[in-house]
Design a protein around this ligand. Structure first.
Ligand SMILES: *Cc1c(COP(=O)(O)O)cnc(C)c1O
Length: 250
């Protein structure tokens, strides 16, 4: 009831809502790289246009960086694309996989939160020591080893480009989207730029492919709209085995 939905990568659809309801819109919340409809990168200029619209209407820009934070770069998608939101949400990665969520942003907004401000916020696992220790250990490692990102992103570029080569060789029209170490193989012949185009995927064919990959010992996400995540734990052998399996199953 309190939420308006605009289309990803469609600045006009956002603008139209603001022209109608701008005065009442507190914030835009968006994944800077769409990763819950498969991976859908932001079109050039899209994130900047959200920033501009928020500035114009005095609304807040919130990036959901649960998936992209500390993954695309140490400064997340906002560092990767050079767009600064007012608030950012984190989960999963910030605790090195331990159960944790976090948000942060502009000082004047954070000062609204208790104990400095009067917005009360608490949770059973808030500040859980095990999750905090895991998160700090991981983030320190990432901060001290910028080469990890170079290696991960280079390895990922090669991996996803190899998938494109396999598709070309097999004359399949499927689409590969990826940004850094997250990517998707969409079973559709249309470029995937938003939810509507993601939904043109042949999910039955995807399910068949997914099961065949399992038979080859590769457990990819069992849904077309989940992403593939590369990690530094994947060895070159793991990746070439995965590509061989794809070559057989596609
Ligand atoms: C998992 C996820 C969430 C939800 O995080 P919780 O910690 O489960 O509340 C929000 N946004 C994105 C993009 C996610 O992947």
């Amino acid at each position: 009831r309190d939420t308006l939905t605009a289309e990803y990568n469609n600045t006009d659809s956002v603008r139209t809502l603001f022209e109608q309801f701008g005065e009442q819109i507190a914030a835009i919340i968006v994944e800077p790289v769409g990763a819950n409809m498969g991976v859908v990168p932001p079109a050039p200029g899209f994130l900047q246009s959200l920033r501009d619209i928020c500035n114009e209407y005095d609304s807040l820009l919130i990036f959901d960086e649960v998936i992209t934070g500390f993954r695309l770069s140490l400064s997340g998608a906002q560092g990767y694309y050079g767009i600064t939101p007012d608030l950012t949400t984190f989960g999963k990665i910030i605790g090195a996989g331990m159960p944790v969520g976090a948000y942060g942003g502009r000082r004047d907004i954070m000062e609204q939160v208790s104990p400095v401000g009067n917005v009360y916020q608490a949770g059973t696992l808030s500040g859980n020591p095990v999750a905090m220790a895991a998160g700090i250990t991981q983030l320190t490692l990432l901060r001290d080893h910028p080469e990890y990102y170079t290696l991960l992103n280079d390895t990922s570029d090669k991996f996803f480009n190899k998938i494109k080569e396999i598709l070309l060789e097999k004359n399949l029209p499927w689409q590969v989207n990826h940004v850094g170490s997250i990517g998707s193989l969409f079973f559709t012949g249309h470029p995937v730029t938003d939810y509507a185009s993601a939904k043109t995927s042949d999910v039955t064919a995807y399910a068949r492919y997914c099961n065949q990959m399992l038979d080859h010992g590769i457990y990819i996400a069992p849904a077309q709209f989940e992403a593939m995540f590369l990690s530094l734990a994947h060895t070159p052998e793991d990746l070439s085995h995965t590509l061989d399996a794809m070559c057989t199953c596609l």
